[in-house]
Design a protein around this ligand. Structure first.
Ligand code: GLU
Length: 329
């Protein structure tokens, strides 16, 4: 994030320099530049799109399924390093590190600590538990930063071994990837400036509501009966910047992500009830069923031994009971 910020400042500096030159050239009699009174419209983050129709995920309906049901563990979790020969886990052990797709933009879930430069958050800690189970060492991990939209392609191309990134389990995604059992139960809500009169998604008809491309949040906004104007961006922080600059009226996504925004910006508030269920699963390349079962055995242990509760407590406050595992076989 720091790198982007520095680049942004450099680019802004270059633009100002060019404007100064242009202004200088234009300063001839009869064509003097106007001074004062001109306002500059706020910069738009790269790749912003206002949707005129719901994104394709909303219209290509997947066959119905039990989206929260995963694959049963094949037995108790083996000791670190003791995995079956020829398994996905053995392949990961052989390469020496676990590669995990995470977010770096979502405070509390997956974000870059600006002081240490390290990735942190609930999802990052959950990913480290998978590395610990495999290697006996939570630091044997390489993080790949992904936007919402990059999660499934990264798994399909096997650029990562798994994705732990506020990812909702749904039937459409099950067609392309496999999921662990539910490791967090989120739900979609709305965030607005603290001065806003909006009371929830139902009051945002005809108003601009931001969400990221490739997220289930965007589909849910585009399909909301109140007919908001869905504004699609690359990163969740793009939504926060656009809200702060008055370019959108609201952000709508999971309560986890909105809690991070509310903590970062005291001039915002979360309004209205949860209007969807967003069960999070760790996502895997579709063929890696052995690894899904391994991680599900790990999740059983993390729920039972208090690790899940302590990770929840560190990032998201007082832990409720962990979500129960449901299996399809
Ligand atoms: N849980 C939603 C999803 O999986 C929104 C979170 C996100 O995109 O980061 O699409």
């Amino acid at each position: 994030m720091t790198g982007r910020w520095v680049r942004g400042r450099t680019a802004a500096g270059a633009v100002l320099a060019v404007l100064a030159l242009v202004a200088g050239c234009g300063a001839v009699p009869g064509n003097a530049p106007k001074i004062g009174g001109t306002s500059v419209s706020p910069a738009r983050p790269a790749g912003v799109v206002e949707l005129t129709a719901p994104p394709s995920a909303a219209v290509v309906a997947a066959p119905p399924c039990d989206a929260t049901a995963s694959l049963r563990p094949s037995g108790p979790l083996p000791a670190a390093g003791q995995v079956p020969a020829g398994s996905t886990m053995a392949r990961i052990l052989a390469k020496g590190r676990l590669t995990v797709g995470v977010d770096q933009n979502t405070y509390l879930m997956g974000f870059r600590n600006p002081f240490s430069g390290e990735l942190e958050g609930f999802d990052v800690d959950m990913a480290r538990e998978v590395a610990r189970a495999l290697f006996g060492d939570p630091s044997r991990i390489t993080f790949t930063v992904l936007t919402s939209d990059q999660r499934i392609p990264a798994l399909e191309k096997r650029e990562v071994d798994l994705v732990v990134r506020t990812m909702t389990m749904n039937c459409e995604r099950w067609q392309k990837v496999a999921f662990s059992s539910v490791y967090y139960q989120a739900g979609q809500r709305v965030l607005v400036p603290s001065t806003s009169d909006a009371t929830g998604i139902e009051s945002l008809g005809g108003r601009k509501v931001c969400a990221t491309k490739g997220s289930s949040s965007l589909v849910n906004v585009a399909n909301a009966p109140s007919r908001p104007i869905a504004v699609a961006v690359q990163d969740w922080t793009d939504c926060l910047v656009m809200l702060q600059q008055g370019q959108v009226d609201a952000i709508s996504t999971d309560n986890t992500i909105l809690a991070g925004f509310a903590a970062q910006d005291p001039y915002t508030k979360v309004v209205g009830p949860q209007f969807t269920a967003e069960p999070y699963g760790m996502a895997f390349p579709k063929q890696d069923e052995d690894f899904v079962r391994f991680v599900n055995a790990l999740l059983e242990r993390l729920r039972a031994d208090g690790t899940w509760a302590s990770i929840h407590g560190r990032w998201l406050g007082e832990p409720p009971a962990p979500p129960a595992a449901v299996y399809r076989d």
